[in-house]
Design a protein around this ligand. Structure first.
Ligand code: MG
Length: 203
């Protein structure tokens, strides 16, 4: 499986990092070794001193597809969850400055915790879903999928023009505003509407 992540998909987040709002989706990938499941801890890496949380809605692909038309894209996923796109902001700043790829800042081990997945049928409207992240009980990020610049369907259609999507692939669909640092000892809890989907520690 592969992990595809969309960047700059919420206006307020693009603004907070002084990035332009993109005209088409921006995406990058993380290796499967980045994945953390079942609320296992996130181990803070020693090569960074500025790891940021980015809470994102994640969709799980459940059909093989390439060059998928937007109007058929909804047939390619039936489950939704939450994930954290952990980012070494200090390394990313260096990469950006040098015009270099982001892998060391985005694709390192443990950089992609993901929750369990819920069927889309659990929700009245996946295009109007509230989600939020608390650190040590304090609200740090809130978002609603209606604020996405590119919809789930648009993302699937766009990415599949370049890369075949396979069953089990995950797509992190971008973070809302409110990204910030985590530190060893923090407890992160993430909610989709009122359902707690993630609860893990930084070690
Ligand atoms: Mg992100």
């Amino acid at each position: 499986m592969k992990i595809i992540c969309i960047g700059r998909n919420y206006h307020e987040h693009a603004k907070e990092l002084n990035n332009p709002v993109p005209a088409k989706p921006v995406f990058f990938m993380k290796p499967d070794s980045a994945l953390v499941i079942r609320n296992r801890p996130f181990y803070y890496p020693d090569f960074s001193s500025d790891i940021h949380h980015e809470l994102e809605v994640v969709i799980k692909i459940d059909r093989l597809g390439r060059s998928i038309e937007k109007r058929y894209a909804s047939r390619y996923f039936s489950q939704i969850g939450l994930g954290i796109d952990f980012t070494a902001r200090d390394l990313q700043a260096e990469c950006k400055k040098g015009g270099l790829p982001w892998e060391i800042a985005k694709g390192f081990d443990y950089s992609a915790p993901v929750s369990k997945f819920l069927p889309l049928t659990n929700f009245a409207d996946i295009h109007n879903l509230n989600f939020h992240l608390d650190i040590n009980g304090e609200r740090v990020q809130t978002g609603n999928t209606s604020e996405m610049i590119f919809s789930f369907e648009h993302i699937i259609s766009y990415v599949s023009q370049f890369i075949t999507l396979k069953t089990g692939d995950l797509i992190y669909t971008g973070t809302p505003a409110g990204v910030g640092p985590v530190k060893v000892g923090d407890r992160l809890t993430a909610y989709m509407e009122e359902t707690k989907l993630m609860d893990f520690q930084v070690k």
